[in-house]
Design a protein around this ligand. Sequence first.
Ligand SMILES: Nc1ncnc2c1ncn2[C@@H]1O[C@H](COP(=O)(O)OP(=O)(O)OP(=O)(O)O)[C@@H](O)[C@H]1O
Length: 373
Amino acid sequence: MPDLPPPILSPASTALHMGAAMRDLSPAYETTAAIHLDGLTRRFAAGGTLALDGVSLDVAPGEIFGIVGRSGAGKSTLIRCVNLLERPDAGRIAVFGQDLLALDEPALRAARRGIGMVFQHFNLHTRRTVSENIAFPLEIAGLSRAEIRARVAEILPLVGLEAKRDAWPAQLSGGQKQRVGIARALASRPKILLCDEATSALDPETTAEILELIRGLRDRLELTVLLITHEMGVVKAICDQVAVMEAGRIIEQGRVFDVFTRPDQPTTRRFVAEVIGHSVPPSTIARLPPPRAEEIRRLAQVVFAGPHSTRAVVSEASRDFGIDINIVSGRVDEIAGEPFGVMALAAYGPAAAVEAGFAWMRGLGLTVTEIEA
Ligand SMILES: Nc1ncnc2c1ncn2[C@@H]1O[C@H](COP(=O)(O)OP(=O)(O)OP(=O)(O)O)[C@@H](O)[C@H]1O
């Protein structure tokens, strides 16, 4: 058994241990996770499809956790459950051990201040300046004007917007608007940041800047970040862990490097292919020699990662299985500083030998995906 850190006690359970009189006596949820979701289900209409179909996941403190899926997979419904903007029909939600579904309204409002949220379309008040937008949740929370001024002054430099403090949203670029959205989400000093397609309305360069900003804020403020996206590039850029959703379920989950280099489910493979790619141009395929009589030609993408990634796989396969291997393309990529290689190979030989060669590579833990020739 690995040594596990002690469970985090919820504020409610701490209060109970201290004998403090508290109105909220929600039960402690024994978990070390920052966000713990257990068996969430949500159906919007009787007889309709399940938007969430028994989703369980744990996000560790300090992690950037990405949920990726196509439109309609259930991502928005899921992330909105974490701050109870959406209530699940069944299941449990614990944030730092606090059982959210057991809280009454005032306690829930307090818990929500610990969970910031960033939206795709920024959702700024057009008639409030940058500073006034950031101040908005603090006004709702009832902070004094002096406290609000101090808090806004503290946050503006974190998102690089000091010079824009008195600007109106209409005077800002998309990236600057999202910086305001992030600043507003951080105004109440949350420990959790939820990002709902936070970069989907931005161009690629601005997307990279905003993702870098989120990662920096995670490090600096020790945030836990849960984000949803339909772009695997976002996951590759900043996430530590990823879960893939389809039809209201999580179909695959793991460390980003592992999911990218060894995707299991067909949907995950398609998502990964969008980023690391395996297309060989038809003109390149057309120039490849045809197989000899009684032989076949198979094109495949091979991802080299793990303990055998530096082995002379191509020459070993060629020698041991009596096949010819033409290296069509190759490159090295990396995720969070961890390198992996991607090669497109054309293998020639008797069908059984080619199949056996690819099977041997798979046995080494390499990911071999056949490419349509
Ligand atoms: N308020 C609602 N009323 C009825 N059905 C809804 C509602 N919200 C979501 N749904 C349905 O629930 C399913 C999941 O939707 P959800 O928005 O969570 O998916 P998503 O993965 O976030 O997709 P998108 O990126 O398009 O928002 C879809 O079939 C959607 O039509």
